[in-house]
Ligand binder design. Structure first.
Ligand code: GLU
Length: 475
């Protein structure tokens, strides 16, 4: 048999934004298509006119774009396909695959309530299934005529084989009384028309699948392969929600996460490849397979996400890192033309930032003078004993022909040796003097970034500071 071309779809409803759960679904659909050189389709399921919003459509499209999960086809909006849905409903009514149901909402509600009291599964009782008369003055709904007996077997790629009895499924409403089609129906028409081969989605849709398969059979179609992804839970075991952190994927962009890191984190939620944690996009595409997805729920761990972000920052190409850092500097009012290049700071700081936002905060002293030195750091490092070594290194710095790491490191080392102290004993006071605090990249890197003139000016201030303190102490 000729191998079929894989076609997957991500089918979000714009009743909400793109969040971690839906982004993971999109990622798995995208990866599966990429892995098999197939096609990834984006379908916006916007038939719920009351709850769908333009803002959510934008959130989904922006989020996917930021993550780099571009669709090969689409976005296709279901609201633009109403004609097609109407046509199939008419055909099914004609062929007896669907029927008009005139039962009032009150009757159906009461039916359910009575079934609940009797401890039965709630279901429509099929009252109108074999009715052929028309009830004047009532706008009927349309129901799918589900088979009464037999079973539907799902060979789910994640869950394994799941069997449903048709006797447990009732006749689903496929068109509301105002004529608008419902989710399960529009989904299968689209899966069929779009020639979807693999439906990868959240396992909250597992219960819909037997009905969808029955409807596909009614269409004369072969059902696609299904893979239902387990839920993502918060660390407290509850369904992931706002309470567990950012919900809109765009919030992570704001917070300074890299899109590659989000994808890297998401790919590991329920999927593994040996014990590898850090994946490039190419590695994900190469190794991803839907059969390797774990069937138990995975839980969201913000510390791990931060760690993965940090690893991705460490591994990112310099130019890229400089580019993505730029908006974060702007946001806090730093002008990158007033100091080192963005690439140089990104390189200097990549080892020590969890997020781009944190990185921007910590590079401030490369661009702006600080108001005052951190009190604790000053107390510990800017003491009278270090006055002379600082004066000496200041002098040596002024004579250096080139402001380069190697020359700076050599000058510090030689000065330290000449005072009989180790390099750290001099390096740390220099760091405090030029950054105003006690943490920074290696001292030679830090000084290169700050630049010669600012370094000397700040050493001068620190020297004055120590002298003033010495005076105070002797007063
Ligand atoms: N629109 C559905 C949702 O957002 C997804 C349907 C599907 O993947 O079949 O939950």
């Amino acid at each position: 048999m000729r191998e079929m071309t894989v076609r997957t779809r991500f089918a979000p409803s714009p009743t909400g934004v793109l969040h971690l759960g839906s982004a993971r679904t999109a990622l798995f659909c995208w990866l599966y298509a990429r892995h098999h050189q197939g096609t990834f389709i984006l379908r916006i399921e916007d038939t719920d006119r009351e709850r769908s919003t333009e803002g959510n459509v934008k959130a989904i499209l922006d989020g996917l774009q930021w993550l780099g999960l571009q669709a090969d086809e689409g976005p296709i909006f279901q609201t633009e396909r109403f004609g097609r849905y109407k046509q199939v409903i008419a055909e099914w009514l004609e062929e007896g695959k669907a029927y008009y149901c005139y039962c009032s909402k009150e009757r159906v509600d009461k039916l359910r309530a009575d079934q609940r009291v009797r401890g039965e599964k709630t279901r429509y009782d099929g009252k109108c299934r074999d009715r052929s008369d028309v009830e004047e003055g009532v706008q009927p709904v349309v129901r799918f005529r589900n088979p009464l007996d037999g079973v539907v077997t799902i060979k789910d790629q994640v869950r394994g084989t799941v069997v449903f009895q048709n006797s447990e499924l009732d006749d689903l409403i496929i068109a509301r009384s105002d004529g608008t089609p419902t989710y399960n129906f529009t989904a299968i028409i689209d899966d069929f028309d779009m020639k979807i081969t693999h439906v990868i989605r959240g396992d909250d849709h597992l219960n819909n699948t037997p009905r969808q398969m029955n409807m596909l059979t009614a269409l004369g179609a072969e059902p696609p392969v299904y893979a239902h992804l387990p839920m993502i839970l918060g660390s407290d075991g509850a369904k992931l929600s706002k309470r567990h952190g950012a919900v809109d994927i765009r919030d992570y962009r704001e917070q300074g996460y890299l899109p590659e890191a989000i994808l890297n984190y998401l790919v590991r939620l329920g999927w593994s490849h040996g014990d590898q944690e850090i994946f490039s996009i190419d590695e994900m595409i190469k190794h991803f397979d839907i059969g390797d997805v774990n069937h138990s729920a995975s839980s969201f761990n913000p510390e791990k996400l931060l760690w993965i972000n940090q690893q991705n920052i460490i591994n990112s190409p310099t130019e890229y890192l400089g580019q993505v850092l730029m908006p974060f500097l702007k946001e806090i009012g730093l002008d990158s033309s007033s100091g080192p290049t963005l690439q140089d700071v990104a390189d200097g700081f990549r080892e020590r930032a969890g997020t781009l936002r944190q990185m921007a905060q910590s590079v401030r002293y490369c661009y702006e003078d600080f108001e005052e030195i951190d009190v604790k750091a000053a107390k510990k490092n800017l003491r009278p004993v270090i006055l002379e070594p600082l004066q000496a290194i200041r002098g040596t710095f002024t004579t250096l022909p080139a402001w380069k790491r190697s020359a700076i490191a050599k000058a510090i080392e030689e000065t330290a040796v000449s005072f009989g102290i180790n390099m750290g004993k001099l390096g740390q006071p220099i760091r405090v003097a030029v950054t105003g605090g006690s943490v920074s990249p290696p001292i030679d890197v830090t000084l290169v970034l700050i630049g010669k003139d600012k370094t000397i000016a700040r050493l001068d201030s620190a020297i004055e500071f120590i002298k003033a303190r010495r005076l105070q102490a002797t007063d």
